[in-house]
Write a protein of this length. Sequence first.
Length: 357
Amino acid sequence: MTTVLFDAHHLGRRQTGNETYVRELLRAFRDRADVDVIAAVEAGQPPTGILAPPIRLRRVPSNGLGRLGVMSLVGRRASIDLVHAVYFLPPATRRPTVLTVHDISFERYPEFFSRLALVRDRLLVRASARAATRVITVSETSRRDLIELYGVPEDRVVAIPNGVAATFRPANGTWAPYSGDRPLRVLAVGTLQPRKNLLRLLDAVAIVGRDIPLELRVVGPDGHQGAEIRARLTMSIETEIVGWLDEIALAEEYRRADVFVYPSLYEGFGLPVIEAMASGTPVVTTTGGSLPEVAGDAALIVDPMDVTGLAAAIRSIAEDGPDAAALRQRGLQRSRAFTWARTAALHAEVYRDLVAQ
């Protein structure tokens, strides 16, 4: 058995993909006999649910430097086999280290980040990736970025795709494509920030809404573009920004939608794409980053800068029931390839290899 000090500080922060990754990986580790997890969590996380025994807890400060300092000290204990951190590596742990880097979007789109965040991430994430014994990322797209932009040796970077939680499943009963008897239900999921490309989605929906009644719901916490997006809402289209939702409520949103649109400019993975597919919702997404890699042939894929293309893809799902049904079936099949049990097994394999060296 491998004893891992695991960076779980994202729990409770409503940080969408980062938190989902930590939560679901811990959930899957609970079912494995070969991984003993000591989770580094902040004070507000109780030892219940996914953090109940056999998971052990180590409290860490909520500030980044304090967290890394405590993890560094704990990592030196004889009982720890390796340290697994997310984005920022604790220094001098004297143990093999695993670093998860979901993406380095700040290198591809630096204009979307504050100067402080950009300097911090470019300095510390780069240094952490180069120092880690092994880097885990979530797609071949992100793996290539780390190799090409940061010079991390190929044999030290492994791509392990995310999974999709069992919460995301089709609605009970018979599914039917949109028939025009009510407004088309369009769903988007993502933080209100520039990289998610929601302003172009608003423009595309406005085009479709000229002759197809529709409603748009956006699920996700406010980012630094929240005020601009809200200001762009028009009275001609029923639009609601519902904020952050837990996974149970989010699953209901997917099941209710006629079409899910993920218009992001760049993703390291794109969890909402496979969550929507697993929920039985036809998907429109873009060529941004890893999205074609994740979606395969199970989504309509367009250039994220092409508002007319986004509108045409949404319209095709509304107007072509047989094609929408076929897309839905391909999505359901595609989503079955992504399980957190497989993700955890591949992480455990990385752990075993490092400890054996």
